[in-house]
Design a protein around this ligand. Structure first.
Ligand code: DC
Length: 221
């Protein structure tokens, strides 16, 4: 079974994906990691984010183990890292170079320890539209920019990182503008949409499980 969860930053995609992955024993691919990895390579190499050719060549050379190693760096999820990821994700050549790596995961999904899984759950922006248009279930998770900025702001503080709410909100709006300028980031036509502004993580999970259970019954027939 393949499940995709798309939507804007800090809408609750990762929380839902993690819970579903655990309940249904699915391997999890947070596809934002591929763009964060290329963005961080640009920062570490001291390249200007305008250097499209460099970003493309780094994307072409990215491997899964290198991405996992980069994910250990503090800047992988910092404000600077998020900005770099958003900039490189807007480069068509970068997206093209990173597509196969994401799609291959649905053919041979593996858990974090490398053992094989019977299915996969993706989270990102275009996983239901471009990466896995054949997915069995597609969710689109969203929430208002203010609520998402507040969640990110609290996350930064919890991690002991300095943050300013207004700055996080400005960054959230800017990332939305960048990330949703692409047609592929719009919800897939067959996606189920959850607005988590008014729903708790538990409520979203319960509703999603009901959909998964129904779909499983059809798949088993
Ligand atoms: O989900 P995230 O915040 O970790 O994503 C980092 C960046 O990568 C974000 O700016 C959007 C981009 N992204 C994308 O364009 N397509 C995806 N499938 C996943 C993420």
């Amino acid at each position: 079974m393949i499940i995709t969860i798309d939507g804007p930053a800090a809408a609750g995609k990762g929380t839902l994906a993690g819970k579903l992955a655990e309940k249904y024993a699915l391997a999890y691919f947070d596809t934002g990691m591929v763009y964060r990895a290329v963005g961080l390579e640009m920062i570490l190499g001291g390249y200007s984010l305008d250097d499209t050719a460099k970003a493309e060549s780094l994307a072409q050379g990215l491997t899964f183990p290198r991405m996992m190693a980069l994910s250990e760096y503090p800047d992988f999820r910092s404000l600077a890292g998020s900005k770099a990821a958003s900039v490189v994700a807007a480069i068509p050549g970068v997206r093209k170079a990173l597509l196969k790596m994401q799609q291959d995961f649905s053919i041979r999904p593996v858990f974090a320890d490398g053992s094989p899984a019977k299915g996969a759950i993706y989270d990102g922006r275009d996983t239901g539209t471009v990466v896995c248009p054949q997915a069995d279930i597609k969710f689109f998770v969203t929430a208002s920019p203010e609520i998402r900025a507040e969640r990110r702001y609290k996350e930064y503080l919890q991690k002991g990182q300095k943050a300013n709410y207004q700055e996080v909100l400005t960054q959230t709006l800017l990332r939305d503008k960048n990330d949703f300028a692409r047609e592929s980031s719009q919800p897939a036509k067959d996606a189920v949409i959850f607005d988590t502004s008014e729903l708790s993580a538990e409520e979203v999970f319960d509703q999603a499980c009901e959909i998964v259970e129904n779909r499983k019954k059809t798949l088993e027939k």
